[in-house]
Design a protein around this ligand. Structure first.
Ligand SMILES: [Zn+2]
Length: 314
């Protein structure tokens, strides 16, 4: 980062802390949630503790602070409850979502959510849950001997392949770079169905995220349909209740299209979330809902980010 950017960043952190600890930014946020009702869908993936995870994530201590802060100012609900009941509410809602279904949702997140009575929605890539595996993008992250730009190039190339071709490529890449998948600790893998079941009755809502984490606009229509329908049916079979929410793998505008949305609607989904940054706006297409990532921001910076988001034009 250039020196001037570093100084600007430091000044922002100091200003945010001043506004937060004097109560100024918190007062502004508390007024905004009342006079300008805003709904935010928060996007999380992994939650780590003390950087001991082999994949990057939000630190659990910071996550706890973020949950306490959101609960202080927003009504908290699950995505399906929100779509069915609260979308036109005059209250401000925050919806916590987790992509992929990592085991830390059960081991680290679930106790925090229970302690604070905060519901959440978890999107499962069902193939990885079935096979006690990690999703294919994480397998690429395990190749340590290539640089980031090469990793992105490989990822982009694999995104365009059918599942069979992608699996074949992955196997040869992992062999070539001597990645030992059996060395991944259980704690870094995905949820088990037992863990999913034990959370399902306790305020955690589940949504589908395909079977193989396939990029739906890049595979053919039949494969996309299978990924969508099979993941929905698998979760419904396990938790014995209808699944109404979906999350697009990768979630950028180029990763889904009108045909994907059509399949989702025909399969009985009521909404789908993206990884495109932003709040829920009036008149939004329920099949391309935006989300906000708070990443590892401390409460002082979270409050500023929320204020900024709420002041953007509807
Ligand atoms: Zn994902």
């Amino acid at each position: 980062m250039p020196r001037i950017m570093k100084i600007a960043n430091l000044l922002k952190i100091i200003l945010a802390a001043f506004l937060y600890y004097t109560g100024i930014s918190q007062l502004i946020l508390s007024i905004l949630v009342r006079i300008k009702p805003t709904h935010l869908i928060l996007m999380y993936h992994r939650i780590n503790s003390d950087n001991n995870g082999i994949f990057e994530g939000v630190n659990i201590a910071i996550f706890k602070e973020q949950i306490k802060l959101l609960k202080k100012y927003f009504m908290m609900t699950t995505l399906s409850e929100f779509i069915y009941s609260n979308v036109n509410s005059r209250n401000s809602y925050a919806i916590i979502t987790f992509d992929d279904g990592y085991k830390d949702v059960y081991s680290r997140v679930f106790p925090v959510l229970k302690e604070h009575s905060v519901p959440a929605t978890v999107f499962l890539a069902t193939g990885a849950v079935d096979n006690n595996d990690v999703i294919w993008t994480d397998k690429l992250n395990l190749i340590k001997s290539i640089d980031e730009s090469m990793r992105i190039n490989i990822k982009n190339r694999l995104k365009r392949l059918t599942n069979t071709a992608k699996d074949k490529e992955l196997v040869s890449l992992l062999l070539k770079y001597k990645v030992d998948l059996s060395s991944i600790p259980e704690s870094e893998k995905m949820l088990s169905w037992e863990e999913v079941l034990s959370m399902a009755g306790e305020g955690i809502d589940f949504g589908a995220h395909t079977v193989n984490h396939s990029i739906l606009s890049k595979v053919n229509k039949e494969e996309a349909r299978k990924e969508i329908v099979d993941s929905k049916r698998r979760i419904e079979f396990i938790i014995d209740r209808p699944i109404a929410t979906f999350c697009y793998p990768n979630g950028q505008p180029e990763d889904f299209d009108e045909s994907t949305k059509q399949i989702l609607k025909q399969s009985g989904f009521k909404c789908a979330v993206t990884a495109i940054e932003g709040k829920v706006k009036k008149g939004d297409d329920y099949f391309s809902l935006r989300r906000i990532s708070l990443a590892n921001r401390p409460p002082s910076l979270v409050v500023l980010k929320l204020i900024k988001e709420m002041l953007k034009d509807a």
